[in-house]
Design a protein around this ligand. Structure first.
Ligand SMILES: C[S@@+](CC[C@H](N)C(=O)[O-])C[C@H]1O[C@@H](n2cnc3c(N)ncnc32)[C@H](O)[C@@H]1O
Length: 199
């Protein structure tokens, strides 16, 4: 879990950017966080732990169609994996964001106080991920986009399916939106925080 650009360090039990994710979930106390994409569950686990530490509780809706390998494919394996970390408040959907948006569960989804976008890092997919949940965000919600520090080539989906991370470019587009506040932290692979400006 330390390999995916969140700047963790096992030697001093340093969560890296995970400390920020954990702190935000504790401070905002959202009833619901949505996480799109994860290699082995670092972000959903950190957020789920933080929400369970809040008196209000809260759940993590985790969307990942298991496109890198079969890690998220089998529901009982996914459950055992999260059990190992003693988190029971993650609901996983083995779907893309687009597929999830077609489900009844999406239609019935309550307000989202924290959205973490870490799926396919094309400009277009980052846009879809954000737009899909924009109308469900609470006024005080924070949206985090991972891998926003630089444009780079990735072969995570196979050497024959190499593609460019373009989240950084999408962040430049969001900066032009007067209704949004956008702050990029160039820590590890970078995370950008976005929130709706107060009316
Ligand atoms: C490997 S993660 C990126 C690594 C990440 N930085 C981490 O910390 O785990 C990207 C994930 O996004 C998922 N993904 C790809 N396309 C997606 C989509 N359209 N909707 C939701 N998830 C998607 C993949 O299955 C993959 O597991």
């Amino acid at each position: 879990m330390t390999q995916m650009g969140h700047g963790q360090r096992a030697e001093d039990a340093n969560l890296g950017l995970g400390a920020l994710y954990h702190g935000l979930a504790r401070a905002l106390r959202p009833a619901r966080a949505v996480v799109i994409g994860s290699w082995r569950g670092f972000v959903p686990i950190v957020l789920a732990k933080a929400l369970s530490e809040n008196l209000e509780g809260g759940e993590v809706v985790f969307i990942d169609p298991s496109m890198v390998d079969d890690f998220w494919r089998d529901a009982s394996r996914v459950k055992s994996w999260f059990d190992r970390f003693e988190v029971v408040n993650i609901r996983h959907y083995c779907l893309t964001t687009q597929e999830f948006a077609q489900t009844q569960d999406y239609g019935n989804l309550g307000p989202v106080g924290l959205l973490y976008v870490d799926g396919m890092h094309t400009f277009e997919q980052a846009r879809i991920d954000f737009e899909c949940f924009r109308s469900k965000l609470t006024p005080e919600a924070v949206v985090l986009f991972h891998d926003s520090a630089r444009v780079r080539s990735s072969s995570i989906y196979g050497t024959d399916r190499r593609y460019e991370h373009r989240v950084k470019d999408y962040m430049e587009l969001l900066r032009l939106d007067p209704g949004l506040e956008v702050l990029s932290l160039p820590v590890a692979d970078g995370v950008t925080l976005v929130r709706q400006r107060d009316q």
